[in-house]
Design a protein around this ligand. Structure first.
Ligand SMILES: Nc1ncnc2c1ncn2[C@@H]1O[C@H](COP(=O)(O)OP(=O)(O)OP(=O)(O)O)[C@@H](O)[C@H]1O
Ligand SMILES: [Mg+2]
Length: 463
């Protein structure tokens, strides 16, 4: 297997057997992680794109079938091997129908497992396309245009559906590119207002002098250039939904007018004294911290409370890495179709880097990265590491520096780095059930180096 390290997850609740296999697979160049339950396996799969998963079918709690399904759903490229008990060939056949590459029956010789693994890798290329067809995006992982399978996103979908049944004002917050506008549209399309209009206005994109007329409309001659009477966006959204994007950039005068709309449900067009009654649901969005702006006096407190009736936070992509494989597939399907190309896959190595990158521009940036990768992969059917930008390529080995803590009054550098080293070594040992050789491999260290470091950092733990 010359394509660089293969990452493998082995799942079995029989500790002695699992550890023995893990050890021998590590000797054969695999980077091995172990899970002693289905629950633990699902947790690891949500964070990391393994090349191979080997799972016993019979596990207490979440069983091997569910583990395998979860692995294949997220990563159609993964090689899945199931371990069955004697006399349960039926289960094995079933697993293969569900997409497993092969099976092996307990008890087995290690060489037999190695043989199964090697031929599975050889066959994988052939199966790619079928795997993609099988792994079509399921409805339960989407609401409107929003897709996501992480727990936070599924909770969010649920919240959006619930909120849709009401007419309450909603304030959506989140970093740029997280999907705030899509969330607002999802509320509208799931609400009884869906037959009426969803009208969006971006308060930061329109010059302040024009924003008022844009929002409230104007009477003929209200200002230079106001040739006729004109409806504003607010009126257009009557009985529907008004989406006030970047609401934090509204001027104080406009904030006062908007407050009146929310309180009295009435307003006047610019240059007109006739009062118009309106029935509209307002969804506002912002990437700024409105509470802080209130404290600083740049945003009206009363308007803030009127908007923040139902607060919805869309989390940044780096807090929901489990969405990345699904989003990648979603954009790949969409973009390759638009480009008139056939089904495309992503190598697990590329997927690992995509999942490790911190995505400051969130989902929008991910979409752009996939578009770029698609262009770079011209003539091939699989996206691989060189198709990604250098920053994303180099991610897998580095840590998320945005999570680094730097105290106000400085720090003891050596002690801090030592603490980081010790934490990483402990995590690695946890993951390999205390096996130092495998832990060292996960850290790309020599076993002796790991032991030396442990001795230095935590003298008692090295014994
Ligand atoms: N969960 C998602 N599923 C699919 N596409 C998404 C998702 N989230 C965001 N996108 C896509 O990412 C892009 C940005 O989404 P959107 O415009 O809703 O973000 P935003 O939070 O309003 O960003 P900004 O603050 O920059 O206006 C869009 O192209 C959108 O289709
Ligand atoms: Mg937006």
């Amino acid at each position: 297997m010359a394509e660089g390290d293969k990452h493998l997850l082995i799942v079995d609740d029989e500790n002695a057997l699992r550890e023995a296999i893990a050890e021998r697979l590590a000797d054969h160049g695999f980077v091995v992680e172990q899970a002693d339950s289905g629950e633990q396996a699902l947790q690891r799969l949500s964070e990391f794109a393994f090349d191979v998963i080997i799972t016993d079918l019979r596990l207490p709690g979440i069983d091997g079938r569910q583990v395998m399904d979860a692995a294949l759903q997220r990563y159609p490229e993964i090689v899945a091997i199931v371990i069955t008990g004697f006399g349960t060939v039926k289960d094995a056949v079933e697993a293969i129908k569900q997409g497993a590459s092969d099976f092996i029956t307990k008890p087995f010789q290690f060489d037999a497992l190695l043989h199964v693994l090697t031929s599975a890798f050889e066959q994988r290329r052939l199966k790619s396309e079928n795997a993609y067809l099988r792994s079509q995006l399921e409805d339960r992982y989407r609401i409107d245009g929003l897709v996501g399978r992480s727990t936070v996103m599924r909770d969010l979908f649920h919240l959006l559906e619930t909120v849709a049944t009401t007419s309450s004002t909603v304030l959506i917050t989140g970093e740029t590119g997280t999907g705030k506008e899509l969330a607002a549209r999802a509320i509208h399309h799931n609400s009884p207002r869906r037959a009426n209009r969803f009208v969006a206005i971006n308060c930061s994109a329109i010059p302040e002098t024009l924003l008022e007329a844009e929002l409230f409309g104007h009477a003929r001659g209200a200002f230079t250039g106001a040739v006729g009477n004109r409806q504003g966006r607010l009126e257009q959204a009557h009985k529907g939904t008004l989406f006030l994007d970047e609401v934090g950039t509204m001027s104080p005068a406009l904030q006062a007018k908007m407050l009146r709309v929310l309180q009295e449900r009435e307003f006047e067009r610019v240059g007109d004294s006739h009062t118009i009654k309106i029935e509209v649901r307002v969804i506002a969005a912002t990437h700024s911290d409105l509470a802080k702006m209130v404290a600083e006096g740049t945003f009206r407190e009363d308007l803030y409370y009127r908007l923040n009736v139902i607060p919805i936070r869309v989390p940044p992509l780096r807090e929901r890495r489990d969405d990345i494989p699904l989003l990648v597939r979603h954009f790949l399907q969409k973009l390759s179709e638009e480009a008139g190309r056939g089904a495309m896959t992503v190598s697990q190595d590329a997927m690992r880097r995509l999942m490790a990158y911190p995505w400051p521009g969130n989902v929008r940036q991910l979409e752009n990265a996939i578009e770029r990768a698609l262009a770079f992969s011209h003539g091939r059917t699989q996206i691989d590491v060189p198709d990604l930008t250098p920053e994303i390529q180099s991610q897998s080995a580095t840590i998320d520096s945005s999570e680094l803590w730097f105290p106000l009054d400085g720090m003891d550098f050596e002690a801090y780095i030592g603490g980081v080293e010790l934490t990483l070594i402990r995590r690695s040992l946890e993951r390999t059930q205390g096996n130092k050789r495998q832990a060292a491999k996960l850290l790309n260290l020599k076993r002796t180096t790991l032991i030396e470091k442990l001795k230095r950092l935590e003298p008692r733990a090295a014994d």
